[in-house]
Design a protein around this ligand. Structure first.
Ligand code: FES
Ligand code: FES
Length: 152
């Protein structure tokens, strides 16, 4: 049986090893903050961190995650005070909100690897996260704000 952690807690999924991580998180682990958009790896709404790297939960099978550390939006911070979350709130980034957990996880991974990203680095990192509401300008501004360590 595959063993991995989600937000610091050990999980041993039952069922088929080819079950997408996204299914496991939402339907079996009750972590519904990670959203199902396309199921094909092209929208980014299901983005989580795997060993600190942004990854699409719809493309990962639970059976290939032995020993990995997964972080979902529920585990990004204990109190919703991650710098990215603070910046998102300060700039009211979300519109409908559906894509935003994926956006936040992708942004958190970017800033962990590149604390002061350029516009080009932001665009490159975020290009696979789609937003039907067109919140892209606020997303970019919030990433810059988070990089500066400010709230507004
Ligand atoms: S649901 Fe995974 S990338 Fe769209
Ligand atoms: S805020 Fe609605 S899809 Fe992004």
């Amino acid at each position: 049986m595959t063993t991995f952690t989600v937000n610091g807690r050990t999980h041993q999924p039952e069922g088929p090893s080819e079950m997408p991580l996204l299914w496991y998180l939402r339907d079996l682990a009750g972590l519904t903050g990670t959203k199902y958009g396309c199921g094909l790896g092209i929208c980014g709404s299901c983005t989580v961190l795997v060993d600190g790297q942004a990854a699409r939960a719809c493309l990962l099978h639970v059976g290939e995650l032995e020993g990995r550390a997964i972080t979902t939006i529920e585990g990004l911070s204990a109190d919703g005070m991650h710098p990215v979350q603070l910046a998102w709130r300060a700039l009211n980034v979300a519109q409908c909100g559906y894509c935003q957990t994926g956006q936040i996880m992708q942004a958190a991974a970017l800033l962990a690897a590149t604390p002061k990203p350029t516009d080009a680095e932001i665009d490159a990192a975020m290009s696979g996260n789609l937003c039907r509401c067109g919140t892209y300008p606020r997303i970019r501004a919030a990433i810059k704000l988070a990089a500066e360590g400010g709230e507004a």
